[in-house]
Write a protein that binds this ligand. Structure first.
Ligand code: SF4
Ligand code: FES
Length: 481
């Protein structure tokens, strides 16, 4: 383990680490554009310049840390070279931060103020390039903002392997472009280039101009799109930036989704389905409790469900593979002995969706089937007969994916669901539930990794929290308001 000295501080570098990696591992940030911890080294932007005793200036991203190396990240020579590199990087940049979605998160903006700060010394007109070039139906490119760091190109070559992006031409005529075969548009991981781009050149069409980043806050969450359960941040408006005059629904909207880097071996990436979680969460909700399709207050529906459970003899439950560990455990504790319980597949692959690959995407489109199957190991066809041989006289269906046509003749149905479906009106009792963004909990992915998610918003008063509901059904009591 080589020991190096950075700005007078001795640090131990892990074997094979570059100076930028070793410094970063010890909390010393060396400016960088083209270097990314999960991509190969390009060495093109030169802003990571450092001075090494006896060697002079060099780039920290391509400099192996070796025993006894004395590194200076802020010497007069480094400051001058870094200032020059930033001046060159900004030479043809439009500096349109006022309308750029990356403003507030842009390292070019931050480094300019930290390491240069001067107005352009050039008297020449800036070289114009294409604005809003569509790289795909998901991503647009502002070529004037692109600093040609090639992170996005390397992502498609090294991580997603679509090879969907490249750089055309040379010098100030260089242009980032998609390859002509549509590989980038078909890349199910394409939106990760939005995060690896250090400036505002790559823009998401779905969140374009929707909010300044400083109006938003991230909430820790887990993607429920498949059994991988990728860690994500859900971005939504801060309470202090609530919109009062415009559509209040915007205050409960997910504006964007980004990967949450928890150090997992797969790297800080998610698939495009994970980016589209807003559309998944914001489908039309079920907000009204019902008895045989007739609207009733929530507590009346809960009492009716408790009565049905008490008056039935052969009970089958189909539990949700989108429920959290806590909700599944609450069901087992409260009602597990009264029901023969099967795990239901809430979601199946949608038409056109990537079903499975050898990177992240799993064929099981449910986040918590592993935990559910561990708690409820009964297998078989739930609707044909209970293990006793008797056909069920009560079916409790929790979550999506339940087909009411499969109910045995004469069986009563209690349906618990968060999203609207015409079949809900056919249930004897229907109780609307909260969704993932309205509660906290954990999912266990197919590898057994447990990840936590937090609530973004309060639960609407007309829907039930599943954990409280099961406790209430067990004792026949009402859910606290
Ligand atoms: Fe979500 Fe699965 Fe995609 Fe990860 S791989 S972002 S869990 S759909
Ligand atoms: Fe080292 Fe770009 S970060 S040359």
């Amino acid at each position: 383990m080589p020991r190096i000295v950075v700005d007078g501080r001795a640090i131990d570098a892990a074997g094979g680490q570059s100076v930028i990696e070793a410094a970063r591992a010890h909390g010393i940030d060396i400016p960088h554009f083209c270097w990314h911890p999960s991509l190969s080294v390009a060495g093109s932007c030169r802003v990571c310049v450092v001075e090494v005793e006896g060697r002079g200036l060099d780039i920290a991203c391509n400099l192996p840390a070796t025993e006894g190396m004395q590194v200076f990240t802020d010497s007069p020579a480094v400051r001058e070279r870094r200032r020059e590199m930033l001046e060159l990087t900004l030479l043809n940049h439009p500096v349109d931060c006022g309308i750029c979605d990356k403003a507030g998160e842009c390292t070019l903006q931050d480094y300019h103020y930290a390491h240069n700060g001067a107005a352009s010394a050039s008297g020449e007109r800036k070289v114009r390039a294409t604005k809003f070039h569509a790289l795909s139906d998901r991503i647009v490119l502002d070529n004037e903002r692109c600093i040609l760091c090639s992170r996005c190109v390397r992502f498609t070559h090294e991580v997603s392997k679509s090879h969907g992006l490249g750089i055309l031409h040379r010098g100030d005529g260089s242009l980032l472009r998609e390859t002509g075969d549509g590989a980038f548009a078909r890349d199910p991981y394409s939106d990760n280039v939005l995060d690896v781009c250090p400036v505002g050149a790559l823009l998401s069409r779905s969140s374009l101009y929707r909010a300044r980043v400083w109006y938003l806050q991230p909430t820790r969450s887990v993607c429920p799109g498949c059994a991988r359960g990728c860690p994500v941040d859900l971005w939504h408006r801060k309470p202090e930036w609530r919109l009062n005059a415009l559509d209040p629904a915007k205050n409960r909207a997910i504006v964007r989704v980004t990967p949450r880097d928890d150090g997992r071996p797969e790297g800080p990436w998610i698939c495009n389905k994970g980016r589209d979680l807003a559309a998944l969460f914001e489908r039309p909700r079920a907000m009204q409790a019902m008895l045989h399709g007739r609207a009733v207050p929530l507590d009346v529906a809960i009492d009716a469900a408790a009565d049905l459970i008490d008056s039935s003899k052969t009970r089958i439950a189909l539990v949700s593979s989108w429920a959290s560990n806590e909700e599944l455990a609450a069901f087992k504790d409260a009602l597990g002995e009264r029901f023969t319980t099967f795990v239901k597949e809430d979601h199946r692959p949608l038409p056109g969706e990537t079903i499975e690959d050898d990177f992240l995407i799993r064929a099981d489109k449910n986040p918590n089937a592993t935990a559910a199957a561990a708690l409820f190991p009964v297998r078989g066809k739930p609707m044909s007969a209970a293990p006793s041989g008797q056909p069920p006289d009560l079916v409790l269906a929790w979550g999506e994916g339940f087909d009411a046509r499969g109910l045995p003749d004469g069986a009563r149905a209690i349906v618990l669901d968060a999203y609207g479906h015409a079949d809900h009106a056919r249930a004897d009792v229907f109780i609307p539930l909260s969704i993932q963004t309205e509660r906290a909990g954990h999912y266990t992915n197919f590898q057994g990794v447990v990840r936590a998610f937090d609530a973004c918003f309060d639960k609407p008063a007309s829907v039930a929290d599943a954990q409280e509901l099961f406790a209430a059904l067990a004792v026949g009591a009402r859910v606290p308001a």
